[in-house]
Each structure stands twice: as structure tokens, then as C-alpha cells.
Design a protein. Structure first.
Length: 132
């Protein structure tokens, strides 16, 4: 499948965190950005990058293998500390002809900015290619 282009996201149908008590780090607030539309740019397979809402400051590095495995990683500024995030899944052509990625997300929050994850969340992550 051609992963380049715009995608819309369903985030957090399933969501789990480790009882993180950091203010504003929960299913609803994280869905606000992790569920945003994004664009995959660059060259397949390992020179890809992703921008959320066409904002270069929200750039994640990405890669895809020949079997449709896709992953992207990056950081996101948060009031409670930086979030180290990874999104990944399988890219495939659905029966209706639409391209999808079905996968998961890991969001690690570093509350004291020491580059160690202090609490985290995991969630379902299912983008669909726009412009179908």
C-alpha cells in the first residue's frame, strides 16, 4: 500500500494507563493530539516522517517494511513533561479499497525531564487514509 499522504485517526477505543497521576495525562487529553489527522511524507521504506496537523514541530520519524509493518516515534511537549511516543501497526488495503493501519500506541511521560519514563499509557490506534 501507498502510505504517503493524509490520514485520519481513531485513537483509544482501548486505552490503559499505569494509574499515572500527572495532571492532564489521561485518555481524553491524549486523544486530542494522538487522534489528530497527520500526513506521512518522505520516501518508503526508511526515509519517512509524519507531521501532525501540518506542524513541523510535531514531526515523528517513521519507517515501513515490505510486509506492511509501519512504525513512527517522536516526542511531544506536555505540561507535565515530555511524552516519548511510538505508534505502529500493519498497513493494508481493506476490502472496500481504503488503506488502513491497525495497531497500537505507547505514550511514555517523563514528569521530571530526566529522560526516564515515569508513567505511561497504551492505546489502540487505527488510522485510515484520507481522500478515499
Amino acid at each position: 500500500p501507498n502510505v504517503l499522504g493524509d490520514w485520519t485517526v481513531t485513537f483509544g477505543i482501548s486505552y490503559w494507563d499505569d494509574n499515572c497521576t500527572a495532571s492532564g495525562f489521561d485518555e481524553n487529553t491524549e486523544a486530542e493530539w494522538a487522534g489528530e489527522a497527520f500526513e506521512i511524507k518522505g520516501a518508503v521504506p526508511n526515509s519517512l516522517y509524519v507531521e501532525f496537523q501540518d506542524d513541523p514541530s510535531n514531526r515523528f520519524e517513521a519507517a515501513m517494511d515490505a510486509r506492511g509493518g509501519f512504525t513512527m516515534t517522536g516526542t511531544r511537549a506536555h505540561a507535565a513533561g515530555p511524552i516519548y511516543a511510538q505508534f505502529g501497526g500493519l498497513v493494508y488495503n481493506a476490502a472496500d479499497g481504503r488503506q488502513n493501519i491497525d495497531g497500537s500506541a505507547f505514550l511514555g511521560l517523563d514528569v521530571d525531564a530526566d529522560k526516564q519514563i515515569d508513567c505511561y499509557a497504551r492505546a489502540s490506534w487505527s488510522p485510515n487514509k484520507s481522500g478515499f
